[in-house]
Design a protein. Sequence first.
Length: 319
Amino acid sequence: MAKICILDAKTLGNDADLSGLSKLGEVTVYDITKPDEVADRIREQEIVITNKVVLNESNMKDASNLKLICVAATGTNNIDLEYAKTRSIAVSNVAGYSTSSVLQHTFAMLFYLMEDLRYYDEYVKSMSYSKSDIFTHLDKPFEELGGKTWGIIGLGAIGSSVASLAKTFGCRVVYYSTTGKNNNLQYERVELDELLKQSDIVSIHAPLNDKTRNLIDYKRLQTMKKSAILLNLGRGGIVNELDLAKALDDDLIRGAALDVLEIEPVNPDNLLLNLKNPDKLLITPHIAWASVQARKRLINELELNIKAFLNNEYRNRVN
């Protein structure tokens, strides 16, 4: 049987059912693997499963039996694909498993900010509502989503799902193609500066690369509506965090919601954690992808990728 190891099982959740993998080989499970532990742990393995652990020449060079790297994610930036190719090590990923989960989280984050839900929850639980002389409380007026312009940066599978649901809510949808190659006739394609100028909601669903790094900086935040909300569910480095903190403190936009940060876990000295008005910002710890159902789909896809490889079949190969 094939020797299989999982380097960072904890990132799949303590409730993850990995029993299906044991039918495919002899499985070794590590909750977390530190950089200096990688080389030793993969040395005798034939198949390695990783989510965030970096695999490169320095830690793979002595793994003479390694034949397959399964990335438990869509992005493969943590794998040295060129070195793997020179060694004829196959690399597979999993795409599409988290689309519904990220779509749901996008709207959850938006409504949390748009309807000031934290404020209203605290208003009731502080007993202020109990002392009210009317049956309601309207100190934080909120608007309907219908009629707003929703700008999407990165109209891939997730961005397209967000666009479709935003349209259902009655939004006008515009998008910016970070590659310059996406031409979706369902929605209006605009340049980035025009998107930021027009949009009431801007959501980011793009990968991090040379074209998107620091794409949203202070200068561009200045072009947005003061009533606008920015959502980043792509990658942390797309939004310049120092500039966003300054923009929120300067009241350039109404608010922002981030599920991704440039450095994860977040640095305790990150200025986003010390805003003048913390209610303007919602941060979640990179969980948009991780619904129970999405993680089940991810593990199932990993099993299918390994089965295919063991049967000399190509499935979700990226090299």
